[in-house]
Design a protein around this ligand. Structure first.
Ligand code: C2E
Ligand code: MG
Ligand code: MG
Ligand code: MG
Length: 292
């Protein structure tokens, strides 16, 4: 009896892992066709300067509209895209699309905004990456100072190579920010070496900075350090007015998060631009004495 149970269990696990493998293979097959089938779309999350009350930019965030599975988040398919190398054409598509959307946005009479684009490790270290960026800038007539590329700490580990690429990118005049700061292979040594413009404090520190005093300290320290190094600072994942106030009190200028706006399709940003501008100016006036 025990033996049979054991065998059944074994078959059960074997079947489950087969299913997982099949799911993955199927997703991978679909991912390979997603580009030509035009199933990817970019959403944009506005960023706000809480001292001036102005919208300072937007971050491009990819989504996959799967014909059967519906909207798939990047957390689910970017790792697969990295493993399969699909991230190279997908990443290039994101960059080109973001620059084209920015152009259409300017041509529609909206103010010029900085657009930030996330880079992945594979993409960043692909041969000719910076050449590709230069080509897209020219092709899409993108003013380089309006493009911000978000790199991660994981890229800095291969310091020599990464520095070379970052320098090439900066020669174009694009901006570089360091995303998810504090979650990766943080080294102050790297920070000092790399010519970056901005640190983005990871949302995991912002999430409970008001209930977790360790996180509050980390956030304050990162902000102070950024000021010392003359880097701009962004806080992501701001969901409450209390968090906003905390950041304001600690001299963090740029924020993004659901409190201000979720990521939206470009059409919605355009259609609701006046409301977004108004919300930005109201949020900058949040005053503890007047109540939240
Ligand atoms: P990220 O670059 O750190 O982007 C911030 C993520 O936080 C986004 O998730 C955004 O929707 C979410 N977020 C923004 N505000 C809030 C908030 O107030 N609360 C909460 N809980 N979340 C908030 P999303 O769009 O699912 O993207 C997840 C990650 O996927 C990104 O993290 C980035 O690492 C990656 N990713 C997204 N688009 C691209 C892309 O085009 N290329 C590459 N290589 N990676 C991308
Ligand atoms: Mg990002
Ligand atoms: Mg981030
Ligand atoms: Mg992140």
């Amino acid at each position: 009896q025990a033996k049979r149970m054991g065998k059944n269990n074994y078959q059960f696990y074997e079947k489950r892992s087969m299913e997982q493998i099949n799911d993955r293979l199927e997703l991978e097959k679909d991912l390979r066709k997603a580009l030509e089938r035009e199933e990817f779309i970019l959403f944009y999350q506005p960023k706000l300067d809480i001292f001036t009350g102005k919208i300072v930019g937007v971050e491009a965030l990819i989504r996959w509209q799967h014909p059967q599975k519906g909207m798939i988040s990047p957390a689910q398919f970017i790792p697969l895209a990295e493993e399969t190398g699909m991230i190279i054409p997908i990443g290039e598509w994101v960059l080109r699309k973001a620059c084209l959307d920015a152009k259409a946005f300017r041509e529609a009479g909206f103010p010029p905004l900085v657009v930030s684009v996330n880079l992945s490790l594979q993409q960043f270290f692909q041969p000719n990456f910076s050449q590709m960026v230069g080509q897209v800038l020219t092709e899409t007539e993108m003013p380089p100072e309006l493009l911000e590329l978000e790199i991660t700490e994981s890229m800095m580990i291969d310091t020599h190579h990464a520095l070379m690429i970052v320098r090439e990118l900066r020669k174009f005049g694009v901006r570089i920010s360091l995303d998810d700061f504090g979650t990766g292979y943080s080294s102050l040594h790297y920070l000092k070496q790399f010519p970056i413009d901005k640190l983005k404090i990871d949302q995991s520190f912002i999430r409970d900075c008001l209930v977790n005093s360790n996180n509050a300290t980390i956030v304050k320290t990162i902000i102070a350090m950024a000021h010392q190094l003359q880097l701009e600072i962004n806080a992501e994942g701001v969901e409450t007015k209390e968090q906003l106030l905390f950041l304001q009190q600690n001299d963090c200028h740029e924020v993004q998060g659901y409190l201000f706006s979720k990521p939206l399709p470009i059409e919605e940003i355009q259609a609701n631009f006046d409301d977004i501008v108004k919300a930005a100016s109201q949020l900058s006036k949040v005053d503890p004495k007047l109540g939240l």
